[in-house]
Write a protein that binds this ligand. Structure first.
Ligand SMILES: [Zn+2]
Ligand SMILES: [Zn+2]
Length: 265
């Protein structure tokens, strides 16, 4: 291809003709830049941020975008569609937080817990311990914990005032108060086993929080045309046509997911 000299007057692009007057495209752009240049420059000048999925730690980097998914490099977080979903775990945009310097975190005070464990809480703890023993092939211990779980369950009061809102309140308190505290304590020791267990369960809890928030908004409709899968290892709940190839939280393969069948209404 040969380069041809551009003769300005021949290459004017006429944007609009009103009577005798023509509005030249170049003049139009100049006018826009003069009027809105500051705003455009300010917007463009905001440092690119990174948004981290609180559930699976996926990072959306504005500078990189996701070209494979048709999201150009430089696409701002605010400009992603509101129904955009985390490519790893399917969580909504509200599950994302801006990446921050963790060293800025302040010390936490011990949360005040003034209650005895209820029978149903004892039952849940025992049933978790039973599963833990089973995974370590401690079958006898597993059976004993399972019996204990059944015993406490038989003593539990029936739940009669259950609601999504109540559940969400408990979940929020776990995320806002108890997890930060537990993480701080485990981090001081440091207890790597506890930290790992906390990381997993916090992610699972955040996923439950995002599902509960969605459920409050959409109701049963959110379960239409979708499968519900639960990771049998970490408890991560996934909504989608098929189970994810690997669990975004604990990284086990898809066959470790159990499909939960819907209730007949
Ligand atoms: Zn995610
Ligand atoms: Zn998992």
């Amino acid at each position: 291809m040969t380069k041809t000299a551009v003769k300005n007057n021949q290459n004017k692009i006429v944007l609009m003709k009103t009577g005798k007057n023509t509005i030249d495209f170049g003049d139009f752009i100049t006018e826009i830049m003069l009027r809105y240049g500051n705003i455009i420059a300010e917007e463009a000048g905001r440092p690119m941020k990174q948004m981290v999925c609180s559930i699976c730690s996926y990072v959306y980097d504005e500078a990189k975008g996701i070209p494979d998914a048709g999201i150009a490099a430089g696409t701002k977080w605010e400009d992603l569609p509101s129904d955009w979903k985390c490519p790893w775990c399917g969580a909504g945009k509200d599950a994302f937080n801006e990446k921050q310097d963790l060293s800025a975190k302040e010390m936490l005070e011990k949360p005040h817990v003034d209650k005895e464990l209820s029978a149903i809480e004892m039952s849940i703890i025992c049933s978790n311990l039973a599963e833990g023993c089973e995974k370590q092939y401690l079958n006898e211990q597993s059976k004993l914990f399972s019996d204990l779980a059944d015993f406490f369950k038989s003593k539990a009061d029936p739940v009669n005032k259950g609601s999504t809102a109540e559940l969400l309140k408990l979940v929020n308190k776990d995320i806002e108060v108890y997890y930060p505290y537990a993480n701080t304590v485990a981090g001081r020791k440091p207890d790597r086993g506890a930290l790992r267990a906390l990381t997993w369960s916090e992610k699972v809890t955040r996923m439950l929080q995002s599902l509960l928030i969605r459920y409050e908004k959409e109701g049963e409709k959110m379960l239409d045309d979708t499968g519900v899968y639960v990771c049998s290892v970490c408890g991560f709940v996934y909504l989608g046509a098929d189970a994810p190839a690997i669990c975004p939280v604990c990284k086990v393969p898809s066959w470790k997911f159990e499909k939960i069948e819907g209730r007949n209404r």
